[in-house]
Write a protein that binds this ligand. Structure first.
Ligand code: MG
Length: 381
C-alpha cells in the first residue's frame, strides 16, 4: 500500500484540512492548522508531503519521526501542526484498513462516553447568565468562559471585581452539580493572576487556564501556589519536549491540541507523561470536526483524561460550524454533556468531500485579533 497524494483544503470558518489518498483507494483526513496561520501551515504540509508520497501509510511512527525531525530545524507551531494533521490522516487510514476505530489500535477503550464542555461568551453578567442557561438547557454539565477583556499588568479593583462577578454569575446559574472553567488566555499577568485566583476559590472552578503565557513557564509555580484553584495550560505547546518542564510546575491539567502538538502519536505520549505526574488531560479543541474526532479517539483510550473542549456554536465559527463538513453529524451528538464512543473505523467520521471542495474554493483569511490598551500599546488577546 502506497500514498499517492496529499491535498489540503482551506475551509471556513478558519480551518485547514488535509486528505491523504492511497493506491488501494483508502483515504485519510486530518486537520493541520494554526488559527490565523492556515495558509502558512498549508505550505508546510505541501513541503512535508514530499516525504510521504510513495511511502507505506501504515508506518505511522517512522513517518512521525521523519516528518518531525527530518528537516534539521524542528518544532514550533507551524511544523508541529503540519505534522499533527498528517499524523491524524495516517491514523485514519490505519483504522480504515483494519476496519477498527483508532482507539482500538491504541489499546482499546477505557471509557464508553466522554464529557465535553461548551464555550459561553457574553461580556455583561446578564448576557453571560443567559448564555450559561442555554448550555445547561442543552444538557452540558460544564462550560468555559473568558475571565476578562484586555487587562493591564496591574488590574484596577473594578476590573478585578468584574472578573469575580462574571464567574459568580456563571456559578449561580450552574449550581453545585456542574462545572465552570475559566480561560485567562495568557492576558492576565502574574501579578493579576496571584490577586484574582484566591478570589475565585469560593466558586470552585474546574480549572483556570493559561494564567500565564507559555513563555512565562518559569513563573507558573508561583501562580499555582497562590490558591487551591487547579491550573491548566498547554494549548501553545507542541511536543513532549515542550511539556516536560510543565509537569514540574504543579499544574493539575494539560491541554495539548491534537492539531498542534504532533497529532495522535505525540498527544498519546504527552498523556502518558502527564499520568506519571498525576496530571489530567483536557485537550484543546476550538477547531473543526477532524480535530475533534482525533481528540475523542485519545479521550476513549486515555486513562487520565478529564474533559474535552469542542467548538459547536463558539464565537469563532461565524458562517460555518462544527457539523457542516460531516456526512453524518450524529457522531458528535451531545447527550447530557457527553459524546458516546463510536465504533466506526478510523477517526470515526465521514467527511463530506464535495462540501469541503466547495468550501476550499471560497477559502478564508481568518486572523487573530490585535488588541491595544487605551494608551495605544499592544495588548495580549
Ligand atoms: Mg485557551
Amino acid at each position: 500500500m502506497k500514498i499517492t497524494s496529499v491535498e489540503t483544503f482551506l475551509v471556513p470558518p478558519r480551518w485547514l484540512f488535509c486528505r491523504i489518498e492511497t493506491d488501494e483507494g483508502v483515504v485519510g483526513w486530518g486537520e493541520p492548522v494554526v488559527e490565523g496561520r492556515a495558509a502558512t501551515v498549508r505550505t508546510a504540509v505541501d513541503e512535508l508531503a514530499e516525504l510521504l508520497v510513495g511511502a507505506d501509510p501504515l508506518r505511522i511512527e517512522d513517518h512521525w519521526q521523519v516528518l518531525s525531525k527530518g528537516g534539521f530545524y524542528r518544532g514550533g507551531p507551524v511544523l508541529s501542526s503540519a505534522v499533527a494533521g498528517l499524523d491524524q490522516a495516517l491514523w485514519d487510514i490505519a483504522g480504515k484498513v483494519r476496519d477498527a476505530p483508532v482507539h482500538e489500535l491504541l489499546g482499546g477503550p477505557v471509557r464508553d462516553r466522554t464529557r465535553v464542555y461548551s464555550w459561553v461568551g457574553g461580556d455583561e453578567p446578564a448576557e453571560l447568565e443567559d448564555a450559561v442557561q442555554a448550555q445547561v438547557e442543552a444538557g452540558f454539565t460544564a462550560i468555559k468562559m473568558n475571565a476578562s477583556g484586555r487587562l493591564g499588568p496591574i488590574a484596577s479593583p473594578a476590573e478585578i471585581d468584574a472578573v469575580v462577578n462574571r464567574v459568580a454569575a456563571a456559578r449561580a446559574v450552574l449550581g453545585a452539580e456542574r462545572d465552570v472553567a475559566v480561560d485567562f488566555h495568557g492576558r492576565v499577568s502574574m501579578a493579576n493572576a496571584r490577586r484574582i485566583l484566591p478570589l475565585l476559590e469560593q466558586f470552585c472552578p474546574l480549572f483556570v487556564e493559561e494564567p500565564l503565557l507559555p513563555t512565562e513557564l518559569h513563573q507558573l509555580p508561583q501562580v499555582v501556589s497562590a490558591s487551591s484553584v487547579p491550573i491548566a495550560t498547554g494549548e501553545r505547546m507542541y511536543s513532549r519536549w515542550d511539556f516536560r518542564p510543565v509537569f514540574d510546575t504543579g499544574v493539575a491539567v494539560v491541554q495539548p491540541d491534537l492539531s498542534h502538538a504532533g497529532g495522535i502519536s505525540e498527544v498519546r505520549r504527552i498523556a502518558a507523561m502527564a499520568e506519571v505526574h498525576g496530571v489530567s488531560m483536557a485537550p484543546h479543541c476550538p477547531l473543526g470536526p477532524i480535530a475533534l474526532a482525533a481528540s475523542l479517539q485519545i479521550a476513549f483510550s486515555t486513562p487520565n483524561f478529564l474533559i474535552q473542549e469542542q467548538s459547536l456554536g463558539i464565537h469563532y465559527n461565524a458562517g460555518n460550524d462544527l457539523l457542516d463538513y460531516l456526512v453524518d453529524p450524529s457522531v458528535f451528538r451531545f447527550v447530557d454533556g457527553y459524546v458516546h464512543r463510536t465504533e466506526r473505523p478510523g477517526l470515526g467520521i465521514e467527511i463530506d468531500e464535495a462540501a469541503v471542495r466547495r468550501a476550499d474554493a471560497r477559502g478564508h483569511a481568518w486572523r487573530s485579533p490585535v488588541w491595544r490598551h487605551d494608551d495605544g500599546s499592544f495588548a495580549e488577546w
